[in-house]
Design a protein around this ligand. Structure first.
Ligand code: ZN
Length: 142
């Protein structure tokens, strides 16, 4: 079995065509797509998201166990966490604890493109540089 899996999501400008189903909603949700199933992720969940100009998420949500990283790639918006507004734009990275009551909206003229990573809060045993192991004596590109 290969040690990798690949999914091509295409140009983020086209992510609005991606859809997901959620048991709480009768219709498919456009502009949101989870990578977990297609990649076989088992230590995190990742979604690709685009919210059109003027759109907002019309509800608050929390999580039972997952912290979330909201990584904004383009557009302008606001993330609302426990009543506090956080202005976000390209390069904004916001961590929200499981119990944070959150919503977000697009306040700009362009689509708000963002990636959300979920993982069980407190589950990380070490930082990335502590977990990485060099493979010795191999020139990878020769
Ligand atoms: Zn969430």
């Amino acid at each position: 079995m290969a040690n990798f899996s690949v999914f091509e999501a295409g140009d983020p400008a086209e992510w609005s065509k991606l859809t997901m189903s959620h048991p709480a909603f009768s219709k498919p949700i456009h502009g949101k797509f989870f990578l977990g199933d297609v990649l076989g992720l088992d230590g995190m969940e990742v979604s690709l998201n685009v919210l059109p100009s003027g759109a907002e998420v019309p509800f608050l949500h929390t999580h039972r166990e997952h912290e979330e990283l909201y990584l904004f790639l383009s557009g302008r918006g606001e993330l609302l966490v426990d009543g506090e507004r956080i202005h976000v734009g390209p390069g904004s990275a916001v961590r929200v604890a499981p119990e944070g009551e959150r919503s977000w909206r697009n306040t700009g003229q362009e689509p708000l493109v963002h990636v959300v990573v979920q993982a069980t809060a407190g589950s990380l045993a070490s930082r990335a540089t502590d977990d990485g192991v060099l493979v010795p004596n191999v020139k990878p590109w020769s």
